[in-house]
Write a protein of this length. Structure first.
Length: 690
C-alpha cells in the first residue's frame, strides 16, 4: 500500500465546485433521478448538486464509436459485458460510407454485439437517439447515457440523458457503472403562449442566441412553467437536443399529462408486448411520477416569454448569434443548400411541416434540399402520410435515415463559398463541409421556405401570408441566492462530515499559483505536436506542461503547488494528456472558475482532482489586478481542502482566512477511483475481484 504522500502524487484530486445551496433544501428533478440510479450511497444520503456519485444508468448507447469502445473494453482485460440488457449499439453516423474499411468496422460492431447478446440496430434503422426513444430505452424518470453529445435529447421525454466519453462507456460495459458529478441545476421557466408560425426549434435557437454568456454552461436544465404543457413532445425533444449547443449537460422536461398521452399513443403503435413500452411500464410511470420537491434548490432561474418570439435563425457559423427571420429575409441572403436531417428536427411532425410549405411549389433552381428521416419508422410514417412524396416531388434529395451531412459525412456537404440553411443542431465553422462556407440553423418550416425561394425566408413569404415582425423578446436571469451564507468562515458549523477511505488524505493543501486567463485550452496545457507521439516520457510531459500558455510556467512552479486559473479551463480538444501532463509535474490540484466538461471527465478518469471556485478567481483578480501581465504568478496564498467536511479554506500571504467555501462531497466511490489511479485502474481492480 502506498503512503499517503505518495498516493497524493499518483492520484491527485477530484473535480468539484462550490455549492451555494442550503443542504436541507429538497431535491430537484435532476437530483431525484440521480438518487435513483446512484450506487454505493451511505444510508439516508440524499444527493445534491456538487456531489460525486457512482451511477449505474438504465442504458448506455454507443453508435459508430462502438468499436473503439469495444477495443478499450478489451484493453481493460474484460471479456464479457456486465449486463447486456444495459447496452445498446446503433449504426447511424457514416451510413453512406460503403468503403471496405467502414464496412469492416460495422461488421466488427455487429459481431461483437451478437457475441455479447447486446441489442443492435443496423445502418438504416435510424439515428441512435431516436431509436432509444422509439424503443423505450430512454424512458421517463430514468437515467440513460450515450457516448454522444446529443444524449441530452432524452430529456424531451422526461429522462435524464447526458453524454459520457468512451472510457466511461467501456467502464459501464465492464462493471455496469461509472461516475458523475451532479452539476448545478438551472430552472428555465417558459411563459406565454407560443405564437402561430413558431416552433420548438425557434424556442431553443432563441435561448441559445439570447442567453449567450454561458449562463447554463455545464449545468443541468429543468424546463418548467405554464407554457410547457402546451409544447408537443417533438418540440420538447428538439429543445432538449440543442441544450447541448447551449452549453448544458442535460435538459429535462417534466413528466406530465402531455407526455403520458404521448406514451398512450405510442403503446398503440408498438403493441402490448413491447419489452419496455407496455401497460405495466405505463401504469408504473403514471403511479410513480418523479417530480421536484416544492423546496428544491436551483442555482439560477431563467425566464423567457414565448409570446414575444418569432421564427429565429442562428448563425452564420455560431449558435450564439440569433436573429429573427424577418430581419434576415430583408438582407436577401441567397442559399445553395438546405437540410432537413439529424436527430434534432427529422421526426414526422417536422417532415409534415416542411411538406406543408413546399406543397405545390418547387425547390428553387440552383438549390439542393436534402432530407433524411430520423429513423426508418419515421420515414415509413411520412410515406404513408404523403409528406415524403410531397417533398420528393418538389425536388428534395432523399438520404438514408441517419446523421450524414449534419456531421459532415456523405453526400451534400457545403462547398467553399456556399451558404446553407439547416434544421440540424450545429453550424460550427466547417462542420457541414468547407470551413469557408456559411451555415445557418432554423426550423423545418423556415428551411423549406428558404429552399423554395432560394434565399433565407419565412414560410409566410411562400404561403402568401403576412409575416410576423419580431418583437423585443422578454427574458430575465436570476442567480439564486443561498438560503444560508455558505461563503462565510463559519460554514463548517452544522456540516455533516463524510468519510475517507483508509490511506486517502484527509486534506489537500498547497500554495496557489495563479494562471490568470480564461479559456486556457488543451493545446496551451499540452502542445499538440506531442499528442500523437506514443513514446513521450513522463519527464518530458512535465517539462512541456503549459509551455504554450507560458514559457516560464516550468521555472515558476514546483511539486505540490495548486494551479488556479480562470473560467472554462481545458477547453478545446479531448486529449487526455492535458490532465496527465499536469499530473507529471506533481501538481496536487487544479482549481478554476469553471472547467470544460471533457477536461473535467478526463481529469477524474486519470486521477487528477479539480475544484470549481469562481469566488476565488474573482478574489485573486481583485487582489492581483496590478500584475495582469504576469501569466504565471506565485501568490503566497494557500488553499486547503478538508475532504471529510467538504470545505475549502483560502488564506492570504499573511495567514489570514479570506474565503471559505462548502464544496461538493467527494464520496468514497470516487476516492476508490482516485486510489486506483483513475477509472481504467478501478475497472481492472473490479474485474480482478470478480
Amino acid at each position: 500500500m502506498f503512503s499517503i504522500n505518495t498516493r497524493i502524487r499518483i492520484q491527485r484530486s477530484a473535480r468539484t465546485f462550490a455549492t451555494s445551496r442550503n443542504s436541507l433544501a429538497g431535491q430537484n428533478l435532476i437530483e431525484k433521478i440521480v438518487q435513483k440510479y446512484s450506487v454505493g450511497l451511505p444510508a439516508n444520503k440524499l444527493v445534491h448538486s456538487g456531489d460525486y456519485v457512482s451511477i449505474s444508468p438504465a442504458h448506455v448507447m454507443s453508435h459508430d464509436n462502438s468499436w473503439p469502445v469495444a477495443l478499450k473494453f478489451k484493453g481493460l482485460g474484460a471479456k464479457k459485458v456486465k449486463n447486456n440488457r444495459q447496452i445498446v449499439n446503433t449504426l447511424d453516423h457514416d451510413v453512406q460510407n460503403k468503403s471496405e474499411k467502414n464496412v469492416e468496422k460495422y461488421e466488427n460492431i455487429e459481431n461483437f454485439a451478437k457475441e455479447q447478446g447486446i441489442d443492435f440496430y443496423p445502418a438504416g434503422r435510424g439515428i441512435g437517439h431516436q431509436i432509444m426513444i422509439e424503443e423505450g430505452y430512454a424512458f421517463p424518470g430514468n437515467l440513460t447515457v450515450a457516448s454522444d453529445s446529443h444524449s441530452n435529447t432524452y430529456g424531451g421525454i422526461g429522462a435524464l440523458g447526458t453524454p459520457v466519453v468512451r472510457t466511461d462507456a467501456a467502464a459501464i460495459w465492464a462493471t455496469g457503472q461509472t461516475w458523475w458529478q451532479i452539476p448545478p441545476v438551472a430552472n428555465v421557466i417558459l411563459e406565454g403562449k407560443l405564437p402561430k408560425g413558431t416552433s420548438g426549434k425557434d424556442i431553443i435557437v432563441a435561448l441559445c442566441g439570447l442567453f449567450n454568456n454561458d449562463e447554463v454552461l455545464n449545468h443541468a436544465i429543468e424546463f418548467t412553467g405554464e407554457s410547457v404543457k402546451e409544447l408537443s413532445i417533438d418540440y420538447r425533444l428538439t429543445i432538449a437536443n440543442m441544450t447541448t449547443e447551449w452549453g448544458a449537460l442535460s435538459g429535462v422536461f417534466p413528466i406530465d399529462d402531455t407526455l403520458i398521452n404521448w406514451y398512450n399513443k405510442r403503446l398503440l403503435r408498438v403493441g402490448p408486448n413491447h419489452p419496455r413500452i407496455n401497460n405495466q411500464t405505463l401504469e408504473k410511470l403514471i403511479n410513480n411520477k418523479v417530480v421536484a420537491d416544492k423546496d428544491a434548490f436551483y442555482a439560477k432561474t431563467l425566464r423567457i416569454d414565448l409570446s414575444t418570439l418569432s421564427p429565429y435563425i442562428s448563425g452564420p457559423n455560431s449558435v450564439k448569434i440569433g436573429t429573427s427571420v424577418d430581419k434576415l429575409s430583408e438582407q436577401d441572403i441567397k442559399i445553395n443548400k438546405a437540410y432537413l436531417v439529424s436527430c434534432t428536427n427529422s421526426r414526422l411532425s417536422d417532415i409534415k411541416a416542411a411538406a406543408d410549405v413546399v406543397k405545390d411549389n418547387k425547390i428553387a433552381p440552383g438549390v439542393e434540399f436534402y432530407i433524411a428521416a430520423a429513423s426508418s419508422e419515421v420515414q415509413k410514417d411520412a410515406e404513408l402520410d404523403g409528406a415524403w412524396e410531397t417533398l420528393i416531388k418538389a425536388g428534395c434529395k432523399p438520404l438514408p435515415a441517419g446523421c450524414g451531412p449534419c456531421i459532415g459525412l456523405g453526400a451534400g456537404l457545403l462547398k467553399e463559398g456556399e451558404v446553407g440553411i439547416s434544421a440540424t443542431n450545429r453550424n460550427f465553422k466547417g462542420r457541414m463541409g468547407s470551413k469557408d462556407a456559411l451555415a445557418y440553423l432554423a426550423s423545418p418550416e423556415v428551411v423549406a421556405a428558404s429552399a423554395v425561394l432560394g434565399k433565407i425566408a419565412s414560410p409566410e413569404e411562400v404561403l402568401g401570408e403576412s409575416c410576423k415582425k419580431s418583437n423585443e423578446v422578454k427574458k430575465t436571469v436570476i442567480i439564486n441566492s443561498p438560503k444560508n451564507d455558505e461563503s462565510s468562515t463559519d460554514v463548517s458549523e452544522g456540516s455533516s462530515a463524510s468519510s475517507t477511505l483508509e490511506g486517502f488524505p484527509e486534506s489537500i493543501e498547497g500554495e496557489i499559483v495563479f494562471c490568470d486567463a480564461d479559456n486556457v485550452n488543451t493545446d496551451g496545457i499540452y502542445p499538440g505536436k506531442y499528442t500523437y507521439q506514443d513514446d513521450v516520457s513522463r519527464e518530458k510531459m512535465a517539462e512541456v506542461c503549459m509551455e504554450n500558455y507560458d514559457s516560464e510556467f516550468g521555472s515558476k512552479t514546483k511539486a505540490g503547488d495548486i494551479i488556479v486559473s480562470g473560467f472554462n479551463f481545458g477547453t478545446g480538444s479531448s486529449r487526455e494528456q492535458a490532465a496527465t501532463a499536469i499530473l507529471a509535474r506533481d501538481i496536487k490540484l487544479v482549481a478554476a472558475g469553471s472547467f470544460s466538461n471533457i477536461f473535467g471527465r478526463n481529469s477524474i478518469n486519470n486521477a487528477l482532482l479539480t475544484l470549481e471556485l469562481p469566488e476565488l478567481i474573482n478574489l485573486l483578480r481583485k487582489e492581483f489586478k496590478d500584475s495582469e501581465s504576469e501569466l504565471t504568478r506565485r501568490t503566497g496564498w494557500t488553499l486547503k481542502w478538508d475532504i471529510p467536511k467538504s470545505i475549502v479554506t483560502i488564506k492570504n500571504d499573511k495567514g489570514e482566512i479570506v474565503l471559505t467555501n462548502k464544496v461538493g462531497e467527494l464520496g468514497t466511490n470516487l476516492q476508490e477511483i482516485i486510489i486506483e489511479g483513475g477509472l481504467e485502474g478501478w475497472v481492472r481492480a473490479q474485474l480482478k475481484k470478480e
